[in-house]
Write a protein that binds this ligand. Sequence first.
Ligand code: PEP
Ligand code: MN
Length: 334
Amino acid sequence: MLVVMNANATEAEIAGVVRVIEALGLRAHTMPGATRTAIGITGNKGAISLQHFENLPGVAEAIRVSKPYKLITLDLKQDRTIVDIGGAKIGNGSLAIIAGPCAIETRQQTFAVAEVVKKSGAKFFRGGAFKPRTSPYAFAGLGEEGLKMLVEVREKFGLRIVSEALDEPGVDLVEKYADMIQIGARNMQNYTLLRRVGRSKLPVLLKRGMAATLEEWLLAAEYIMSEGNYQVVLCERGVRTFAQHTRNTLDLAAVPAVRRISHLPIIIDASHGTGKNYMVTPLARAGVAVGADGLMIEVHCKPEEALSDGAQALTLDEFEQMADEVRAIHEVIN
Ligand code: PEP
Ligand code: MN
């Protein structure tokens, strides 16, 4: 259920509704908006009577939600969510670029890439310290040592740090060192992990599972929000199809499809979405043209020596060129 407050409802009236929700043993999710505040209710096993709320002071209406989602929807919050990552924003109309190597490998590599990411005007640096690898024998990341290098990048360049956590102990570490927790495609339906990051103070970048429908993906975001963390950015990174000319099929239609349902920001990962260096820039351009709030791009100083995802990494020069191009497109469409 969803309780919509009058446009001029007072703080005390909102608090009054929250008290009634909590007294019923339920959870209240207060979402202030430009025109009105709405309060989502979760935790109910069956239907709740509308009468509990309809006559409370300040309430405009109580609405039963028939869709599987409650908190990610435009029904609850009409204004787009702006996610704040250590003061840098995603979803505020600017073009967010999250760039960096697939994996943190060495300090030299990390700093060489970070320098160019900074120079391009991007505000976010990515780099995996915990890598989910298809083969158990492949390089799985430097762990905490890698996270410490990311902290040095933040200190030196002022870039906000995005890094993936694979499990709950990993979340503890990423929380300690990074500014945003990435949940990867392989963990999109790891519900204990989703609940754990839902209790985090850090914003979450939620990648789409490689075989996830839009509804499954949005319900994964709902898991995070249901625990009280409303700072979620969706990331389309391609899905498995019969196509063999790409690593994944980048589903650009996900951007308008998400916009129709949800207030959450959505970005495009043109690197995992294609798997091929020569396709990254064209699909990044398309991602911006289709209206994404930002891009995720893998960059390496020596792609041919990369310990993971070298085939899809842009070189430093290619990345700088791409950043200029996508900014030009962003300016035109806005
Ligand atoms: C990554 O960002 O390096 C990564 C592993 O992505 P995904 O979860 O989308 O495969
Ligand atoms: Mn990668």
